[in-house]
Design a protein around this ligand. Sequence first.
Ligand SMILES: *Cc1c(COP(=O)(O)O)cnc(C)c1O
Length: 417
Amino acid sequence: MSDWAAFHYHDDRLFAESVSLAAIAEQFGTPCYVYSHAAITAAYQAFEQAFSGREHLICYAVKANSNLTILNLLARLGSGFDIVSGGELHRVLKAGGDPRKTVFSGVGKTREEMRDALEVNVLCFNIESEMELLALNDVAGEMGKVAPVSIRINPDVDANTHPYISTGLKENKFGVPAADAERIYQLARDLPSVRPVGLDCHIGSQLTELSPFIEATRRILDLQARLQSLHITIEHIDLGGGLGIRYDVESPPSRQDYVKALCTEMASTSARLIIEPGRSVVGNAGILLTRVQYLKHLPHRNFAIVDAAMNDLLRPALYQAYHAIQPVVKHEGETQIYQIVGPVCETGDFLGNERALALASNDLLAVMSSGAYGMSMSSNYNSRPRAAEVLVDGDSVRLIRARESIDELCALENIIV
Ligand SMILES: *Cc1c(COP(=O)(O)O)cnc(C)c1O
C-alpha cells in the first residue's frame, strides 16, 4: 500500500477504505481526523519486513500521533516506542506498550520523568547533554538502579529539510557534538548509576533523500569504533526517525530502500539497529475532514472559510507546509482559485494557498496526509474544542477520541473574586 491508497474515489465520492467520508462527516461531525487501520498496519509492516534477519527494533515516535488506539495497534504489531515526555510514557503504558521496548529522547527530561521511566525499566535513555547525564546518574542512584544510556550525537550533517525540523546541524540544540562524545562516554562509563549501552542520533524530519542518513550512519559507526578502542562496547545503534512522506511532488525513498540502506551501512557491526519513525508510519494514513462554511469572492482573492483551522492542523501556519486538499464529493461547477482558511483570528490561519476547486457552501474537503503532527500539535486557541478522531478498518468506523466539549475547555479554571 503506497501513499494515499487507503483514501480513494468511487464514483466521484472519496472513501477511507470501504467507508465514504461523507457518511463519516454525517455521523461524527467536522472537523474530524480520519485514520486508516490498513494504512498504518501496512506502513509498519513495510519497515518490519525490510529488516529481514537483522536484529532490530522499531520504536514508533509517539509525538507524531499519540492517540491511544493507534499506540495500541502499533504495540500489537510488535512496535516499540520513542517518547519525549512523561505524558508520552503514560500513554505508551496505558496503550499496552512495552516499556522495555521504549527509548526516552528529548533535551529537557525532568528528574520526575526520569524517575517514572526508571521505575518501569525503559530500554534506554537518549541523553542530550553532560548535565542531563549527571542528573540521571543522581536520580538512578537514589533509586538504587543503573540507568541504560545512549548519548545522542549531533553528527553535523545537513538534512536538507525545513529549518524548524532540521536537528543534526552543529547550531541545533539537540545532542552533543561528535568531538565531545568520547569524553562523555568515558564519564558515563565511570559514573556508578548509568551504563552506556547505545549510540543515538536523529538528524531531522521529512527527509526525502538517503544520503544524509547514510552520512550520519557512517559518522556514528566511526565513533563506535573509537569507543570500542576505549573498551566501551555498544549494544545498539539508534539512527532516529525522519524518513519523509509524499505531501505533494516529493519522492522520498521507500521504507524498504531506507531500511536496506541502513542495514548495508551497518553490515560490519552486530549491534542491534533501532529506528524511530513517526511521520512515515502515520502521516499518509490520516486525513482531516472539514466542511466549507462560507465562500468570499473578493476582487483580488477568493477565500473558502472552512470549519477546521490552524489550531486543528498547525503545519501550514508553522512550516508553510503543503497539504493536498481534495473534494469529498466531486461536482460540476466553475473551478476557481481559493485560499482555504479557518475561522481563527490570524492571517497565518490557512490550510492551503491557491487551490483550484469547484466549491459551494457546505461542501466537505479532505486535507490529505494529516495523520502525523496533526492532532498531536493541535491546541484550543480561540477556545476551539479539539476535533474528533475516528479509525476506519474495512467497513467499520470507530470513534477513538470524542470531540471536546466547550465545558471541558473551562474545566480547570476558577473565577476568583
Ligand atoms: C520527532 C522525532 C522522531 C520522529 O521523526 P519523524 O520525522 O516523524 O520520523 C524520532 N526521533 C526523535 C528523537 C524525534 O525527536
